[in-house]
Design a binder for this molecule. Structure first.
Ligand code: NAP
Ligand code: ZN
Length: 349
């Protein structure tokens, strides 16, 4: 066991605070990673605040992890000390069930082992702890290769925001010329815009914040649709091939569904209550789907796609000690467009 500095939430209302955790010594199949950067996902905030009613405290959030390999176990084949690597939202799964065999470990029938907040298979009675920490030990099959050619700190958000938007764009076969609407310009949304544009789609940013319009265009959107503007929404009715909805709070879908062409899909990414009238779907037999991160193979494919297309996240760097203010700003819709923690700040104390 090695004692490791971390930051944890201890209940659903107080600030995150410093907290020491134990990491296992690397076993034969393990990669020990010195964490350089960790992104701040809205899901971290949902879990810290127990929005989903399943948080076990204390919890160390963080699932957008970039670091360098510090040590490897005897049976590790694809990684060596010094390699630049990433860890996303999962650190293990059963590997036997149909979804695991189909490279969809996030849908493992036994339940994936999440990077934080799952029962730790290596540590009976303990929960897994995430990337708001100085190091992590992960099975080699759940470690991703990261290009040295990109801005390393801005790669971190690809491990969740990147794969979560890439996977549904691929699943629903978004292709050059498709008109794609990305709803919500936050961490996920800004990656959705960049990735859909790189796939050749005509991207429309659908936002509640008109002041983000110039940024949306810089990120790759060809136009901006303010969702509160009923006349503008009407003008786009029946014109979209695909909608990617990243709204993080409970909301009604009835104003978005008419945007879709007949038979087309809106994929939900936000983890919240939604409601809609079924007739809005029935007229035009439209589809509402949802998507959960992406499998390991697809995450590697996404990282390679981003390296090839020179895509990273737009980040605001913070120190670990600034995390509570960062949470407030994300909830106030005031981040451009992902906070990333420089883990030197935690190592220094
Ligand atoms: P974020 O950075 O806070 O961005 C969310 C965006 O949604 C905001 O920037 C805002 O964009 C828009 N928004 C916020 N409040 C709104 C409201 N009341 N009505 C309409 N739009 C609103 O969050 P994120 O990190 O991108 O995460 C988004 C959601 O995805 C969270 O619920 C998170 O837990 C979830 N998530 C899901 C997965 C998955 O696998 N499915 C993975 C990661 C995260 P505008 O200002 O442009 O309107
Ligand atoms: Zn996330």
């Amino acid at each position: 066991m090695s004692n490791t500095k971390a930051y944890a939430a201890f209940n659903n209302k107080d600030d995150l605070k410093p907290h020491d955790i134990n990491r296992r010594e690397p076993g034969a199949d393990d990669v020990q990673i010195d964490i350089l950067y960790c992104g701040v996902c809205h899901s971290d905030i949902h879990v810290a605040h127990d929005d989903w009613g399943m948080t076990v405290y204390p919890v160390v959030p963080g699932h957008e992890i970039i670091g360098r390999v510090k040590a490897v176990g005897a049976d590790v084949k694809n990684f060596k000390t010094g390699d630049l690597v990433g860890v996303g939202c999962m650190v293990d799964s059963c590997r036997q069930c149909d979804p695991c065999q189909a490279d969809l470990e996030q849908h493992c029938e036994q339940g994936m082992v999440m990077t934080y907040g799952s029962e730790d298979p290596h540590h009976e009675g303990e929960m897994t702890h995430g990337g708001y920490s100085t190091q992590i030990v992960v099975d080699q099959d759940f470690v991703l290769r990261v290009s040295e050619d990109l801005d390393t700190k801005a790669v971190a958000p690809l491990l969740c925001a990147g794969i979560t938007t890439y996977s549904p764009l691929r699943q629903w076969n978004v292709k050059a010329g498709d008109k794609v609407g990305v709803i919500g310009l936050g961490g996920l949304g800004h990656m959705g815009v960049k990735l859909a544009a790189a796939m050749g789609a005509e991207v429309v940013m659908i936002t509640t914040s008109p002041e983000k319009g110039a940024d949306a265009k810089r990120l790759g959107a060809s136009s901006v649709l303010v969702s509160k503007d009923e006349a503008a929404m009407e003008a786009h009715a029946g014109s979209f091939d695909f909608l990617l909805n990243t709204i993080p709070v409970a909301h009604n879908l009835d104003s978005y569904i008419p945007l879709l062409k007949m038979g087309k899909t809106m994929s939900l990414l936000g983890a919240s209550q939604i409601d809609c009238h079924s007739l809005g779907l029935a007229f035009g037999r439209k589809v509402i789907a949802a998507s959960l991160i992406g499998g390991i193979k697809e995450t590697q494919e996404m990282l390679d796609f981003c390296a090839e297309h020179n895509i990273v996240s737009d980040v605001e760097m913070i120190n670990m000690q600034d995390i509570n203010n960062a949470y407030k700003r994300v909830m106030d819709n005031d981040v451009k467009y992902r906070f990333v923690i420089d883990m030197q700040s935690l190592k220094a104390v």
